[in-house]
Design a protein around this ligand. Structure first.
Ligand code: NDP
Length: 292
């Protein structure tokens, strides 16, 4: 009698540098158990000058898809042969599916962040004034989704102001279609207080604290919403600073909700089924197993 051979388990990774902090493996493992999908999800630390080689090695070993994190989202965009419309608008890719012959690049960051604000926190964006701090891959991924939520305006500020200007330039036509006013500047050009404040920089990841310079006037209105895309204790300095301006009626969120929601979108792209992301997020926030 010959031993039954089982099909190899589909492989996925989060590729980036650093990736050690990523909670994506436990989230995707929970989604897989919830939905009865057979897959394995791991971390892939890529050298800063070796992202493409790392991905090619992973695909040669049977990799089916990956998430992409800091700092490779623009490079991932260039490596994908095809793009979803939201990735094409962003010019950045956070999710790849390695279809034979032509890698597909998607961007689920914006859908994830907006779902966390509008659905999980029940704060509709319509008519609000949004400040997006940062113009890297993550900020590029979310700007289109913010515009689609039809706030009154989105201002993008970045340490390198030219990148903020380039980011809004690529979204101006889309913003005009949605009646949203876009503007850009440096970190010291924040303007009046905003209703929604997003920290899309990697300042919290690197322990650099609040990315904006000190100023007397508030950046966030009383009762406003603040999100740091970073999650866990590293987000605390930014969220504490924002809470001091927003007061008790404010809504302070780290990036865990965004992470779970963007992961659910990626899982759907890869597997064609939608996991129960709200349950996974509630479990993680309560310190339980992700799929308890
Ligand atoms: P990138 O490397 O592409 O961009 C980094 C951005 O941060 C740039 O705008 C950069 O400015 C800015 N920046 C870095 N350090 C500082 C600092 N000390 N002060 C002010 N600005 C700074 O990274 P990503 O855009 O891919 O990721 C940004 C963050 O978002 C990371 O912490 C990442 O972990 C998090 N993230 C979380 C997600 C989630 O699901 N919760 C999803 C995606 C990202 P400059 O252009 O001037 O260099």
């Amino acid at each position: 009698m010959t031993a039954a051979t089982s099909a190899p388990v589909d492989q996925y990774v989060v590729a980036g540098n650093p990736v050690g902090h990523s909670r994506s493996p436990e989230i995707h493992a929970a989604f897989a158990r919830q939905t009865g999908q057979s897959l394995h999800y791991d971390r892939l630390l890529c050298p800063l000058d070796g992202f493409e080689a790392s991905l090619r090695g992973f695909v040669a070993g049977g990799g089916r898809g990956c998430n992409i994190t800091v700092p490779f989202k623009f490079e991932a965009f260039r490596l994908a042969a095809r793009h979803t419309p939201r990735a094409a608008l962003a010019g950045a890719v956070n999710t790849m599916r390695f279809d034979e012959g032509a890698w597909l690049g998607d961007n689920t960051d914006g859908a994830g962040l907006v779902a966390d604000i509008e659905r999980n926190a029940r704060r509709p964006l319509r008519g609000l004034r949004v400040l997006l701090i940062g113009a890297g891959g993550a900020s590029a991924g979310v700007l289109g989704s913010f515009i689609a939520g039809r706030p009154a305006q989105v201002r993008v500020v970045n340490r390198s102001a030219d990148k903020a200007h380039a980011l809004i330039a690529s979204h101006q036509a889309f913003a005009a279609e949605h009646g949203v006013q876009l503007s850009a500047g440096g970190l010291d050009e924040v303007g009046d207080a905003h209703d929604v404040l997003i920290n899309g920089t990697s300042a919290s990841l690197s322990g650099a604290g609040v990315p904006l310079p000190d100023r007397d006037a508030p950046v966030l209105v009383r009762g406003g919403v603040a999100v740091d895309m970073m999650y866990g204790p590293s987000a605390a300095p930014f969220l504490d600073w924002a809470r001091a301006q927003a007061g008790d009626a404010g809504e302070m969120r780290d990036g865990l909700g965004m992470l779970v929601e963007q992961a659910a979108e990626a899982f759907f792209l890869w597997r064609g089924v939608r996991p129960d992301s709200a349950r996974v997020l509630a479990n993680l926030r309560a310190g339980r197993e992700a799929d308890a």
